[in-house]
Design a protein around this ligand. Structure first.
Ligand SMILES: [Zn+2]
Ligand SMILES: [Zn+2]
Length: 316
């Protein structure tokens, strides 16, 4: 499991990690989060774009599609997107005896919702799932989820869910989940959608997947707008599916190049950039090359760059 330390100032943690390293102790960041309760904790359960993949060429960055787990200071769980990565997250939450969750969606393309019926906790009566009405208000997301679990698409129906699902108001304005302030922004993507800024105790995490910075879609915004939105973020995770050569053929498809994502990181003055929504046909070494491209682009700006992979954990 990969751990990314983006917390540069917290001395007790630095000492804890130093001692653990000396003693060859490995522990989950989640355990630290739970015991100290002072970090914004994020784990990626899927970073692949468009369709899940498997095989020996995908071991480093993983094959599952979009799903993130965030934990607030008080250990409230926020799940972002139900790509195929949510299946493993669900199994983990059951094992961990967590039964209360909040869920947010960026948009309704298949790779961001197809895992929902495989999120096993929905079939447990003790589960309490609060779905935020995003990316559009009213019954938009409710209707999407019901459709995913209806004939002829899936054999188990929405009405057969055993856990309780509630829907609460969210987009288009800012809203709170426990101690985290969440601010949505329109994505630059076919069929639209929302990116999100998560703020807690002065820490900022911005998540913009399926966002094309080189072309303005209906309802989308300019790179300058996304830079203002992402200003001074501790971590920006951004769509960076293509290299410049790919983009010649795929402009308007709704995704960014790695150089566009790096330019946004530079304009916004973020501390770290995570490359995300990896193309289904890009193998691990192809993604390594995208990371190198971004490193070259940002070499004079002191911005940490990495490719986000499944099972990567962050604390801010
Ligand atoms: Zn996608
Ligand atoms: Zn999409």
């Amino acid at each position: 499991m990969k751990k990314i330390n983006l917390h540069h100032t917290h001395l007790p943690l630095k000492i804890l990690f130093f001692i653990a390293k000396l003693c060859h102790i490995k522990f989950s960041l989640l355990i630290i989060h739970k015991s100290l309760g002072l970090l914004m904790y994020i784990k990626c359960w899927g970073a692949r774009g468009s369709i899940s993949v498997s095989g020996s060429n995908y071991l480093k960055y993983g094959g599952d599609t979009t799903c993130l787990e965030l934990r607030t200071r008080n250990n409230e769980i926020i799940i972002v997107d139900a790509g195929t990565g949510i299946r493993r997250l669900g199994n983990y939450l059951i094992k961990n005896k967590d039964s209360r969750y909040n869920m947010l969606f960026t948009h309704a393309h298949w790779d961001h919702i197809m895992g929902f019926p495989f999120f096993k906790p929905i079939f447990f009566p003790e589960t309490k799932l609060n779905i935020i009405r995003c990316p559009a208000p009213e019954k938009y997301i409710e209707n999407i989820i019901k459709k995913v679990m209806s004939p002829p698409y899936f054999p188990v129906k929405y009405k057969d869910i055993q856990g309780s699902i509630s829907y609460t108001k969210g987009c288009p304005g800012s809203f709170m989940i426990d101690s985290v302030k969440i601010t949505p922004i329109k994505l630059n993507h076919p069929d639209s959608g929302c990116g999100y800024k998560f703020e807690e105790d002065g820490k900022i995490f911005v998540f913009l997947t399926d966002n094309e910075l080189g072309y303005v879609h209906n309802g989308g915004l300019s790179i300058e707008d996304y830079a203002i939105f992402s200003k001074n973020a501790d971590l920006l995770i951004h769509d960076s599916e293509y290299n410049d050569e790919d983009y010649k053929k795929k402009k308007t498809w709704g995704h960014s190049t790695v150089n566009q994502a790096a330019e946004l990181a530079k304009m916004a003055g973020v501390k770290a950039l995570g490359l995300f929504h990896h193309d289904q046909d890009k193998h691990d070494d192809d993604i390594d090359r995208l990371v190198e491209t971004a490193e070259i682009y940002l070499k004079d700006y002191g911005i940490k760059v990495f490719g986000v992979s499944a099972d990567m954990e962050f604390y801010l």
